[in-house]
Design a protein around this ligand. Structure first.
Ligand code: F6P
Length: 468
């Protein structure tokens, strides 16, 4: 079996399912990918150093070999907080209004990608498969090829790819995509993002896309495909059956005191549609006062990327909104929104999901959204809850039996909350059965195997210097 060299911005090997803290879907997925393949997971340590040295810190953590480097303050500022999270993240989530275009960010982004290339190259042996992840590292494949790497190199993008009309607002957009065309395989979360990418390559770069998904441009051939990511179903179910999950279930049930719980769990990020979600819930409370007193919304939102101003803004806005709604509707023995800024372990979340009649997952735009899948997996088969899901999340293509909503319409989401709360058990079971099948079958193991098989495919791109 080929070794796998996984490269991502962060290296965060998930600890036990009962450990606290927000664990992104990416971390769980990559640890699962590396569990079966020998190999190395390379990335930024998350630490800052005075002067960049490129020193590799190699460790063995929970069965996975990791190699990390520290970055300088300026690197973190321009690459991570800057280009990745002030430029690409908002733009790729269709928020041109929040996108900042600073030349220094672009320069820092390329500098750090070059540093990654320098550090990764000596770790790679001739038969290794190199698998790069996410928007932080889009040009890395090109920089590895520049260093003579002939290995199969793939990229998986965990977030959306924007429509061409938005993407062209990025200065030097051609350069970014031309660099990406040095991969052998590029994977997207859904057909929608894949189609936007292909459209860009055809319209702006004059490349061609054949029916089998091969993109051809300037003598290069790249397989571009959708590989929808899933949860680690077996691992999640083991966590869901743990004592910790059972205690969390009891804790939420008893504190809800017979009321139906609506749950939302999201990183505190403007793409998750939390302001709009609170507004929709407010609308539901106002328009259905008879049903309102029987429910409580638990919104768990651990803070994220706190050095970026848009994240500080959204936090302030949500605090005001939760305060406003609670002030307007609360009674001496009831508060309509429990707004919680801490993270919980996967086992605790599994218990909370199972104790909740409604899962409210309403991002304005999301590559996939694994909370939706975890909510489904955690349900009691005899008495499952209802998933309300944004049609703008990649997961909506697989979870078509959720109540699909437009998260921008507080009327539509408010109505869906009312429908979900009164949905008969037979209908809840029918919808859940169809969804859980896809969550179980299209899990992270299937995703990894599918991508790795594509990555192993026939050689397409030799070192450009040799191919030229
Ligand atoms: O997939 C989106 C993503 O940016 C991952 O790359 C990342 O691990 C996760 O969200 C959490 O974000 P951050 O690493 O910026 O805290």
């Amino acid at each position: 079996m080929n070794r796998l060299i996984v490269v991502s911005n962060r290296v965060s090997v998930p600890k036990a399912a009962d450990s606290k803290g927000a664990q992104g879907g990416l971390a769980v997925a990559l640890a699962a990918a590396l569990r079966e393949h020998r190999g190395i997971w390379f990335g930024w340590s998350g630490n800052e150093t005075e002067t960049f040295t490129g020193h590799l810190n190699m460790q063995r953590q929970h069965g996975v070999t990791t190699a990390t480097i520290d970055l300088e303050h300026q690197d973190i500022d321009e690459y991570y907080n800057g280009y990745a999270n002030r430029t690409l993240w908002p733009l790729f989530h269709y928020r041109v209004d929040l996108t900042e275009y600073e030349r220094s960010f672009g320069a820092g982004y390329e500098r750090v990608n070059q540093r990654f290339a320098d550090s990764v190259t000596p770790l790679v042996e001739p038969d290794d498969l190199v698998w790069i992840h996410d928007y932080h590292l889009l040009p890395l494949g090109k920089f590895l090829r520049d260093r003579g790497m002939n290995n199969r190199i793939g990229l998986f993008l965990h977030i959306p790819w924007p429509p061409t009309r938005l993407f062209v607002s990025l200065p030097f957009h051609e350069r970014l995509v031309e660099h990406m065309l040095h991969y052998d395989v590029i994977g997207f979360q859904s057909r929608e993002w894949l189609e936007s990418f292909n459209h860009y390559v055809e319209k702006e770069l004059g490349g061609t896309v054949s029916d089998d998904g091969t993109v051809e441009w300037n003598g290069r051939r790249v397989v571009a495909r959708a590989f929808p990511i899933g949860i680690d179903y077996a691992e999640f179910m083991a966590a869901a059956e743990s004592d910790i999950a059972k205690r969390a279930f009891e804790r939420l049930k008893s504190s809800a005191d017979g009321k139906k719980v609506i749950i939302g769990v999201d990183r505190l990020d403007y793409s998750k549609g939390l302001v709009e979600r609170f507004e929709s819930y407010h609308r539901f409370l106002t328009e259905h006062p008879e049903a309102a007193k029987d429910v409580v919304l638990l919104q768990i939102a651990p803070p994220s990327r706190e050095d970026v101003n848009t994240y500080q803004d959204i936090r302030n806005t949500l605090e005001q909104s939760a305060g406003h709604i609670n002030g307007a509707h609360a009674d001496v023995d009831w508060v309509p929104i429990r707004y919680v800024n801490q993270g919980y372990s996967r086992a605790e979340l599994a218990g909370f999901y199972r104790a909740s009649r409604v899962g409210l997952v309403t991002p304005l735009r999301d590559g996939m959204n694994l909370v939706a899948k975890e909510y489904v997996a955690a349900q009691d088969p005899e008495d499952p809850g209802v998933l309300i899901l944004s049609r703008f999340a990649g997961a909506a293509l697989q979870l078509a039996e959720a109540l699909l909503v437009n998260p921008h319409s507080s009327e539509e989401v408010g109505d869906a909350i009312n429908t979900a709360l009164s949905m008969p058990r037979e209908e809840r079971i029918r919808r859940w059965q169809s969804m859980v099948q896809s969550v179980r079958d299209e899990d992270v193991i299937a995703w990894r195997d599918d991508f790795v098989t594509a990555l192993k495919g026939p050689p397409a791109n030799a070192n450009p210097r040799q191919a030229a």
